[in-house]
Design a protein around this ligand. Structure first.
Ligand code: ADP
Length: 224
Protein backbone atom coordinates (compact mmCIF):
# COMPACT_ATOMS: atom_id res chain seq x y z
CA UNK A 1 0.00 0.00 0.00
CA UNK A 2 1.16 3.49 -0.78
CA UNK A 3 0.67 6.50 1.33
CA UNK A 4 1.59 10.05 0.54
CA UNK A 5 -0.31 11.98 3.15
CA UNK A 6 2.36 14.55 3.78
CA UNK A 7 0.82 16.46 6.68
CA UNK A 8 0.10 13.33 8.66
CA UNK A 9 3.58 11.89 7.95
CA UNK A 10 5.40 15.02 9.00
CA UNK A 11 3.19 15.60 12.03
CA UNK A 12 3.87 12.07 13.16
CA UNK A 13 7.60 12.40 12.57
CA UNK A 14 7.68 15.61 14.63
CA UNK A 15 5.44 14.30 17.38
CA UNK A 16 7.48 11.19 18.15
CA UNK A 17 10.71 12.95 19.20
CA UNK A 18 8.77 15.83 20.75
CA UNK A 19 6.75 13.46 23.00
CA UNK A 20 9.97 11.83 24.06
CA UNK A 21 11.59 15.21 24.88
CA UNK A 22 8.52 16.30 26.84
CA UNK A 23 8.34 12.97 28.69
CA UNK A 24 11.96 12.90 29.81
CA UNK A 25 11.99 16.61 30.71
CA UNK A 26 8.92 16.33 32.93
CA UNK A 27 10.26 13.16 34.56
CA UNK A 28 13.44 15.02 35.53
CA UNK A 29 11.40 17.99 36.80
CA UNK A 30 9.08 15.90 38.95
CA UNK A 31 11.73 13.72 40.57
CA UNK A 32 13.84 15.87 42.87
CA UNK A 33 15.70 12.81 44.20
CA UNK A 34 16.73 11.48 40.81
CA UNK A 35 20.38 10.32 40.81
CA UNK A 36 22.65 12.46 38.67
CA UNK A 37 23.58 9.56 36.34
CA UNK A 38 19.92 8.93 35.55
CA UNK A 39 19.27 12.61 34.92
CA UNK A 40 22.32 12.73 32.66
CA UNK A 41 21.11 9.73 30.71
CA UNK A 42 17.70 11.37 30.22
CA UNK A 43 19.27 14.65 29.13
CA UNK A 44 21.31 12.64 26.62
CA UNK A 45 18.08 11.26 25.16
CA UNK A 46 16.56 14.75 25.04
CA UNK A 47 19.65 15.90 23.15
CA UNK A 48 19.42 13.05 20.61
CA UNK A 49 15.71 13.55 20.04
CA UNK A 50 16.28 17.28 19.52
CA UNK A 51 18.83 16.40 16.82
CA UNK A 52 16.17 14.31 15.04
CA UNK A 53 13.78 17.28 15.10
CA UNK A 54 16.48 19.53 13.65
CA UNK A 55 17.11 17.09 10.78
CA UNK A 56 13.41 16.91 9.88
CA UNK A 57 12.95 20.68 10.06
CA UNK A 58 16.07 21.32 7.97
CA UNK A 59 14.78 18.91 5.30
CA UNK A 60 11.43 20.70 5.29
CA UNK A 61 13.10 24.09 4.92
CA UNK A 62 15.37 22.79 2.14
CA UNK A 63 12.44 21.33 0.21
CA UNK A 64 10.46 24.54 0.58
CA UNK A 65 13.46 26.60 -0.59
CA UNK A 66 14.01 24.20 -3.49
CA UNK A 67 10.37 24.49 -4.55
CA UNK A 68 10.59 28.29 -4.61
CA UNK A 69 14.01 28.23 -6.34
CA UNK A 70 15.75 29.77 -3.34
CA UNK A 71 18.17 27.01 -2.39
CA UNK A 72 21.66 28.57 -2.42
CA UNK A 73 24.51 26.77 -4.17
CA UNK A 74 28.18 27.56 -3.70
CA UNK A 75 29.85 25.86 -6.67
CA UNK A 76 33.51 24.90 -6.57
CA UNK A 77 35.64 22.59 -8.70
CA UNK A 78 36.79 19.73 -6.47
CA UNK A 79 37.40 15.96 -6.36
CA UNK A 80 34.10 14.13 -5.94
CA UNK A 81 35.76 11.16 -4.24
CA UNK A 82 36.66 13.34 -1.23
CA UNK A 83 33.01 14.17 -0.63
CA UNK A 84 31.86 10.57 -1.09
CA UNK A 85 34.67 9.19 1.07
CA UNK A 86 33.73 11.49 3.95
CA UNK A 87 30.07 10.44 3.82
CA UNK A 88 31.04 6.75 3.76
CA UNK A 89 33.35 7.24 6.76
CA UNK A 90 30.70 9.11 8.76
CA UNK A 91 27.94 6.59 8.08
CA UNK A 92 30.33 3.69 8.65
CA UNK A 93 29.55 3.95 12.35
CA UNK A 94 25.81 3.47 11.75
CA UNK A 95 26.44 0.60 9.33
CA UNK A 96 28.78 -1.10 11.77
CA UNK A 97 26.21 -0.78 14.55
CA UNK A 98 23.83 -2.82 12.36
CA UNK A 99 26.55 -5.32 11.44
CA UNK A 100 26.62 -4.17 7.81
CA UNK A 101 29.78 -3.97 5.74
CA UNK A 102 30.02 -0.54 4.11
CA UNK A 103 32.75 0.03 1.57
CA UNK A 104 33.85 2.61 -1.00
CA UNK A 105 35.47 1.44 -4.22
CA UNK A 106 37.16 4.27 -6.11
CA UNK A 107 37.60 3.12 -9.71
CA UNK A 108 38.19 6.57 -11.25
CA UNK A 109 38.90 9.93 -9.65
CA UNK A 110 36.74 12.82 -10.90
CA UNK A 111 36.73 16.59 -10.61
CA UNK A 112 33.28 18.15 -10.52
CA UNK A 113 31.91 21.69 -10.17
CA UNK A 114 29.58 21.29 -7.20
CA UNK A 115 28.34 22.61 -3.88
CA UNK A 116 30.12 20.24 -1.50
CA UNK A 117 27.51 20.58 1.26
CA UNK A 118 24.60 19.79 -1.07
CA UNK A 119 26.35 16.90 -2.82
CA UNK A 120 27.34 15.53 0.55
CA UNK A 121 23.63 15.71 1.48
CA UNK A 122 22.81 13.65 -1.64
CA UNK A 123 25.15 10.81 -0.71
CA UNK A 124 24.26 11.02 2.97
CA UNK A 125 20.61 10.47 2.05
CA UNK A 126 21.39 7.56 -0.28
CA UNK A 127 23.78 5.77 2.06
CA UNK A 128 21.58 6.43 5.13
CA UNK A 129 18.61 4.93 3.25
CA UNK A 130 20.72 1.92 2.29
CA UNK A 131 21.62 1.40 5.96
CA UNK A 132 18.04 1.99 7.08
CA UNK A 133 16.47 -0.49 4.65
CA UNK A 134 19.10 -3.24 4.95
CA UNK A 135 19.10 -5.76 7.79
CA UNK A 136 22.02 -7.92 6.69
CA UNK A 137 24.74 -7.91 4.09
CA UNK A 138 26.67 -5.15 2.43
CA UNK A 139 26.44 -1.59 1.18
CA UNK A 140 28.81 -0.93 -1.65
CA UNK A 141 29.61 2.54 -2.97
CA UNK A 142 31.47 2.76 -6.30
CA UNK A 143 32.72 5.70 -8.33
CA UNK A 144 33.73 5.48 -11.99
CA UNK A 145 33.92 7.66 -15.08
CA UNK A 146 32.21 6.87 -18.39
CA UNK A 147 31.31 9.01 -21.39
CA UNK A 148 32.43 12.27 -19.84
CA UNK A 149 30.38 11.78 -16.69
CA UNK A 150 31.14 10.50 -13.25
CA UNK A 151 28.87 7.78 -11.85
CA UNK A 152 28.49 6.97 -8.18
CA UNK A 153 26.38 3.96 -7.26
CA UNK A 154 25.11 2.99 -3.82
CA UNK A 155 24.15 -0.68 -3.80
CA UNK A 156 22.55 -2.46 -0.86
CA UNK A 157 21.37 -5.99 -0.09
CA UNK A 158 18.25 -4.72 1.66
CA UNK A 159 14.49 -5.10 1.37
CA UNK A 160 14.37 -3.70 -2.17
CA UNK A 161 11.56 -1.67 -3.72
CA UNK A 162 8.46 -3.01 -5.46
CA UNK A 163 8.38 -2.43 -9.20
CA UNK A 164 5.09 -0.52 -9.17
CA UNK A 165 6.48 1.84 -6.57
CA UNK A 166 9.90 2.52 -8.16
CA UNK A 167 8.59 5.25 -10.45
CA UNK A 168 7.31 7.26 -7.47
CA UNK A 169 10.07 7.17 -4.91
CA UNK A 170 11.70 10.42 -6.05
CA UNK A 171 8.42 12.26 -5.61
CA UNK A 172 8.10 14.72 -2.77
CA UNK A 173 6.65 13.29 0.41
CA UNK A 174 6.39 9.81 -1.11
CA UNK A 175 6.94 6.88 1.24
CA UNK A 176 6.33 3.19 0.88
CA UNK A 177 4.25 1.99 3.78
CA UNK A 178 5.26 -1.51 4.71
CA UNK A 179 3.83 -3.39 7.67
CA UNK A 180 7.01 -5.35 8.29
CA UNK A 181 9.44 -2.51 7.79
CA UNK A 182 7.88 0.63 9.16
CA UNK A 183 10.82 2.99 9.33
CA UNK A 184 11.05 6.59 10.35
CA UNK A 185 11.02 9.14 7.56
CA UNK A 186 9.17 11.96 5.88
CA UNK A 187 9.63 10.97 2.23
CA UNK A 188 11.63 14.14 1.59
CA UNK A 189 15.11 12.66 1.24
CA UNK A 190 14.93 11.37 -2.33
CA UNK A 191 13.01 14.44 -3.56
CA UNK A 192 15.90 16.56 -2.28
CA UNK A 193 18.42 14.17 -3.84
CA UNK A 194 16.79 14.54 -7.24
CA UNK A 195 16.42 18.32 -6.95
CA UNK A 196 20.08 18.83 -5.98
CA UNK A 197 21.41 16.45 -8.65
CA UNK A 198 19.23 18.10 -11.33
CA UNK A 199 20.57 21.51 -10.36
CA UNK A 200 24.13 20.26 -11.04
CA UNK A 201 23.16 19.00 -14.50
CA UNK A 202 23.22 15.39 -13.35
CA UNK A 203 20.69 12.62 -12.94
CA UNK A 204 19.80 9.87 -10.50
CA UNK A 205 18.21 6.51 -11.20
CA UNK A 206 17.34 3.36 -9.31
CA UNK A 207 17.20 -0.35 -10.02
CA UNK A 208 15.79 -2.68 -7.45
CA UNK A 209 14.56 -6.21 -6.86
CA UNK A 210 12.20 -6.79 -3.97
CA UNK A 211 13.84 -8.88 -1.30
CA UNK A 212 17.28 -8.63 -2.90
CA UNK A 213 18.33 -5.01 -2.75
CA UNK A 214 18.57 -1.69 -4.53
CA UNK A 215 21.13 0.27 -6.54
CA UNK A 216 20.87 4.05 -6.71
CA UNK A 217 23.20 5.66 -9.27
CA UNK A 218 24.02 9.36 -9.46
CA UNK A 219 25.60 10.81 -12.60
CA UNK A 220 27.30 14.20 -12.66
CA UNK A 221 29.06 16.08 -15.44
CA UNK A 222 32.86 16.31 -15.09
CA UNK A 223 34.29 19.78 -14.53
CA UNK A 224 35.48 21.29 -17.83
P1 ADP B 1 12.19 8.61 3.85
O1 ADP B 1 12.55 9.81 4.67
O2 ADP B 1 10.80 8.12 4.09
O3 ADP B 1 13.22 7.53 3.87
P2 ADP B 1 13.03 9.04 1.09
O4 ADP B 1 12.56 10.05 0.11
O5 ADP B 1 14.48 9.03 1.46
O6 ADP B 1 12.11 9.21 2.37
O7 ADP B 1 12.64 7.60 0.54
C1 ADP B 1 11.33 7.36 0.06
C2 ADP B 1 10.97 5.90 0.19
O8 ADP B 1 11.75 5.12 -0.75
C3 ADP B 1 11.28 5.29 1.56
O9 ADP B 1 10.22 5.48 2.46
C4 ADP B 1 11.48 3.83 1.22
O10 ADP B 1 10.25 3.16 1.20
C5 ADP B 1 12.05 3.84 -0.18
N1 ADP B 1 13.52 3.64 -0.19
C6 ADP B 1 14.46 4.60 -0.31
N2 ADP B 1 15.70 4.06 -0.32
C7 ADP B 1 15.54 2.72 -0.19
C8 ADP B 1 16.45 1.60 -0.14
N3 ADP B 1 17.78 1.75 -0.22
N4 ADP B 1 15.90 0.36 -0.02
C9 ADP B 1 14.56 0.20 0.04
N5 ADP B 1 13.67 1.20 0.01
C10 ADP B 1 14.14 2.45 -0.11
Amino acid sequence: QMKSDFVSNVSHELRTPLSSIKGFASTIMQDSEMPLEVAQEFVGIINEESDKLIVIINDLLDVSKMLSGHLQYNLQVQPLEQIVEKVVTLLGIQAEAKGLALGFELIDVARVNVDATRISQVFTNLVANAVKFTDAGTIRVQQWVAEGRVHVSVADTGIGIREDVLAHIFDKFYRVENVVHTKEGTGLGLALVRGIVDYHGGSVDVRSTEGEGSVFTVQLPLAP
